[in-house]
Design a protein around this ligand. Sequence first.
Ligand SMILES: Cc1cc2nc3c(=O)[nH]c(=O)nc-3n(C[C@H](O)[C@H](O)[C@H](O)COP(=O)(O)OP(=O)(O)OC[C@H]3O[C@@H](n4cnc5c(N)ncnc54)[C@H](O)[C@@H]3O)c2cc1C
Length: 290
Amino acid sequence: MKLLPFGVRDEPMNKHTSLHIGGPADFFVRVTTERDLVGAIAVAREHELPVLMLGGGTNMLVSDLGVRGVVLQNDWSETSVDGTTITAASGTPLASVAAAAARNGIVGLEWMATVPGTVGGAVHGNAGAFGSETKDVLVDAELMDLNGATWTVPTAELDYAYRRSMLQGTPIVVMRARFRGTLGDRASAVKRIKEIANERIAKQPLAQPNTGSIFRNPPGDHAGRLIEAAGLKGATEGGAMVSTKHANFIVNVGDASATDVRALMELCQREVREKFDVELIPEVELVGEW
Ligand SMILES: Cc1cc2nc3c(=O)[nH]c(=O)nc-3n(C[C@H](O)[C@H](O)[C@H](O)COP(=O)(O)OP(=O)(O)OC[C@H]3O[C@@H](n4cnc5c(N)ncnc54)[C@H](O)[C@@H]3O)c2cc1C
């Protein structure tokens, strides 16, 4: 094993994912500035180590065997506002973008307040909620490849679809993103944020470790409805359970392993396929060594 001149060895990933699941990362590096992010990627390249970008760890199922190479935790958080455009560093919590917008009387980004995770994760996966998606408010994104080359792409070139982008399955790093809202007033933005936060609290099992929606909604239907109709609300595998509050959430009810969650996902897929002839596609990303 090659040694990196920085970071932590064999860092348990369960400390860094919203599901509280995941084996060790060979190397774990936390960055808080653009310079550190660029530098860490250069060092990983020198050592020929693969890099896994970690934002909030809110859309990942990390394997029990963990992650080979470097996990780069992106805590580089920065926003600036120009008119109705907000530029945010990729490690900025999405909620901070929503807050910056509301403070400046910009509306249209309120939905971001309740989606956990970072700008990088949202641009990578086209996160969305309450009828809006990242692609609807993104102007462009600055990207970097693992050789350190950077370039900016307009939203149209990211091939966005529902929870999909051309960035998925590539090692391309999101550096910055520019979002645009419309001029409104601060009070209505704050009111809207409170409304959607209350709606979430009412419908989602936020008190238990989870990773948001486990499956994408199939066209014209809801994954949660199908899983519930298949009789799987409350179903368990080891320490993982299909939430009794919202069937498209798998919650960690006691030392669940990644294997438990994966087995429960496969059970949901199998039952929904057999009963309704619908193929459920995971929204959560399975990462690490399986
Ligand atoms: C309670 C709860 C509710 C949720 N509700 C929603 C919702 O309403 N809508 C929704 O869309 N999602 C939702 N999610 C899922 C999750 O919040 C989003 O997918 C979010 O965008 C993930 O961001 P992250 O920073 O945590 O990404 P991570 O989980 O850290 O990473 C996810 C993927 O993005 C990649 N990535 C992260 N940062 C970068 C970067 N800078 N450059 C390149 N790739 C990067 C990672 O390598 C990984 O492949 C929810 C999750 C939870 C726990």
